[in-house]
Design a protein around this ligand. Sequence first.
Ligand SMILES: [Zn+2]
Length: 173
Amino acid sequence: MMAGANEPENARDRYWMSRALELARRAGAASEVPVGAVLVRNGEMLSEGWNQSIGVCDPTAHAEMLALRAAAAASGNYRLAACTLYATLEPCSMCAGAMIHARVARLVFGAADPRAGAAGSVFNLLQTDVLNHRIQISSGVLAEECGSLLREFFRVRRGNKPVGVATALLTVG
Ligand SMILES: [Zn+2]
């Protein structure tokens, strides 16, 4: 089972995840894979990000990466201690690695990504003893909304074909 899967959701987490969902929809409206992220510290949003890989032609322009970069720039510090990152989809290994570098304290994500998730599904980079920083994980917050947004995106993009490789990652929960 995924770490943190049984932790209770709370209203604060749902609130910030709903903000991340708005950003995911913004990505989807631009024909990007609809994933959104926000970084929060002490109850205040430091930054936001949404997938822009296609638009800016950058394989690293994932929602989480953009939120991390913006928060570091805004705070003048590449360490983002005491921050919680909210992401609509379980982060990939690149984003999880960046979160470790930034010393993010906590991750809250919506839909699991059994194909590439690095917060417990395929890897758990955030809680390995090998690295020098570990990140608390809460999963499944607004998972149905986060996952259905992704499923619908791929369903439309693939022209209602049966489940293929791209939709296989969108199995929620
Ligand atoms: Zn990523």
